[in-house]
Design a protein around this ligand. Structure first.
Ligand SMILES: *Cc1c(COP(=O)(O)O)cnc(C)c1O
Length: 539
């Protein structure tokens, strides 16, 4: 890409603009870059990974029981006697990292979840060895059950919830979004020219995908503003009462403000859904696990809501490509498909007739699986089985962690980083009980007013060209932040990821921002109408 023409950068997503910022920051080889642009965490969960590798060794021993007379060749694990062999294996390896975890996990599965330990071990071994196509293709049987328990604990909690939900294991939140947009369209639930509502600000792909030629959807925005502590106001939510709004897509806790929807607002949305029983909701709860006592819209409006969850952020597992989609066993999406006009139902019968003799009974979630592999490859659909094994171990790790030690550590890591940032900014850290602090939005005007005064703040926002401050920051200090505007924030702001650098780096970022503000303030005092342009700041 050509970054030398800054005026061309205006249309880039914040994630692509980051590359231009990195190029600017990288021009100074003598100093290191502080890239707080990416959401990729720099921490990861170790215990369930140790567990994965130990179970892997056990699975290898299982496999090598067969074909003993041939080198380099093993067979499938054997179901009979697998529990006893597992006990011998764990006894022989007692004290090795991960062994205690997998012993505890097997016991938890048997004693707390009431599942067969042998079936579980067999499913895990077969999954880790990756010696069969994923069957069922939507998700392995016990893995689905266990991951559902985890989703229930983290996203529904103690909220009343009647009935079961189905899950589809996917290649991260990314695949979840791609598959959902596609199947919603293929099943005539959203069509070109339809209107969808987006809870703003939002993870940018939710803004970009509907505009693609593939979808041609119209977007309306349900704004959460800084003034309202990043909660949607009732007036904004009332836009959902308009029957032309087919679906409401939101991220909760939000990205980038990192704030979870409060109880009052959740209840207001649920009340709207009572008046709009046909409204489809897609809630992306990727950051839910960074909150205590999180309650998803999936808990309040289970029949209307599609839940998206990813293991990427909380377990530091972006490279695994690991996520799930959940829908309630009784949901309005299936009802809407059943009520489509006959000519569309006939069209869908034809689409899915190769995979079932009763295409009309095919649930939306199973249509997602089929559509993900262009229907004809439905029999080889599904996420790779080793991924499902690690996903199941992540879920068990959280389920077994009664004191929520891991969650408290996650929360502490990002809190310390935010504290370091504000300490060096020289400002009191804003406190919000609903903040999960994975990201933080720095509002330029607010910061300038707090550091100096309201006059300067006004002057600054009028002076700044889009992204100018971000490019200057990258150029002068090597710090990379993303523009909040790209995520749909109304004011000039910067997104700091609190997940991907160390505490002292955030202190440096705070210092750099303070220095930049001081430079602008000097210019302001000097009464100069225009700031000194740097060579490659975008217009
Ligand atoms: C990071 C992120 C995703 C993508 O997650 P992957 O599982 O890594 O594909 C989806 N939604 C939101 C809101 C995110 O922040």
């Amino acid at each position: 890409m050509d970054f030398s023409k800054p005026e061309k950068l205006a249309s880039l997503s914040p994630f692509e603009l980051k590359d231009a910022l990195m190029q600017t920051a990288g021009k100074h080889a003598e100093r290191s870059m502080l890239n707080a642009g990416r959401g990729n965490p720099n921490f990861l969960a170790t215990t369930p990974r140790h567990g994965f590798f130990q179970l892997g060794l056990f699975a290898m021993a299982e496999s090598e029981q067969s074909y003993r007379y041939m080198e380099d060749i093993g067979g499938f694990p054997r179901r009979a006697g697998i529990e006893a062999r597992f006990e011998i294996f764990t006894k022989a390896n007692a004290g090795v990292a991960g062994i205690h975890f997998i012993e505890a996990a097997v016991s938890y599965v048997r004693d707390q979840l009431g599942l067969s330990a042998g079936d579980f071990l067999y499913e895990m071994c077969e999954a880790i060895l990756g010696c069969n196509y994923p069957v069922p293709d939507r998700m392995l049987r016990l893995s689905e059950h266990i991951v559902a328990q985890y989703v229930h604990k983290e996203m529904i909690g103690t909220h009343p919830f009647v009935g079961k939900f189905d899950m589809y294991a996917v290649e991260g939140g990314t695949a979840a979004m791609t598959y959902l947009f596609n199947s919603l369209r293929e099943n005539h639930l959203i069509e070109a020219g339809d209107t969808i509502a987006l809870g703003m600000p939002i993870f940018t792909p939710y803004i970009e995908i509907p505009k693609l030629n593939d979808y041609q959807l119209l977007e309306i925005f349900i704004d959460a503003s800084a003034e309202n502590n990043w909660q949607y106001t009732k007036a904004e939510l009332d836009k959902l009462l308009d029957p032309k709004v087919k679906a409401f897509f939101l991220v909760n806790p939000s990205n980038p403000p990192s704030v979870k929807i409060n109880q009052e607002t959740l209840e207001y949305i649920a009340a709207i859904v009572k008046k709009r029983p046909d409204l489809i909701i897609l809630t992306d709860d990727v950051y839910a696990t960074f909150a205590d006592n999180f309650v998803s819209l999936f808990a309040l409006c289970p029949h209307n809501t599609i839940l998206v969850y990813s293991f990427s952020k909380y377990f530091g597992a972006t490279g695994w490509r690991m996520g799930v989609i959940a829908t309630h066993e009784h949901n309005i999406i299936d009802e809407k498909i059943a009520k489509l006009p006959e000519h569309q139902r006939l069209e869908l019968d034809a689409r899915y007739c190769s995979i079932t003799t009763e295409p009309r009974a095919l649930k939306f979630i199973d249509r997602l699986v089929a559509d993900s592999r262009t229907v004809a490859l439905n029999h080889t659909a599904g996420v790779s089985t080793p991924v499902q094994a690690q996903m199941t171990l992540f879920a068990l790790f959280s389920l077994m962690d009664e004191p929520q030690k891991y969650k408290q550590s996650m929360k502490r890591i990002v809190l310390r980083r935010k504290e370091a940032l504000y300490r060096e900014l020289g400002l009191p850290m804003p406190y919000d009980a609903n903040s999960v602090r994975y990201y933080h939005l720095l509002d330029m005007e607010t910061l300038a007013a707090q550091m100096y005064d309201a006059d300067f703040a006004q002057w600054l926002v009028q002076q700044l060209k889009p992204n100018e401050a971000l490019f200057r920051l990258a150029d002068e200090t090597g710090v990379i932040l993303l523009p909040g505007r790209g995520f749909g924030t109304p004011h000039a702001s910067a997104r700091v990821s609190l997940a991907n650098l160390n505490e002292y780096d955030y202190a440096n970022i705070g210092r750099s921002l303070r220095q930049l503000a001081a430079e602008y303030h000097d210019l302001y005092l000097a009464g100069r109408a225009s700031v000194v342009p740097i060579t490659d700041a975008p217009e």
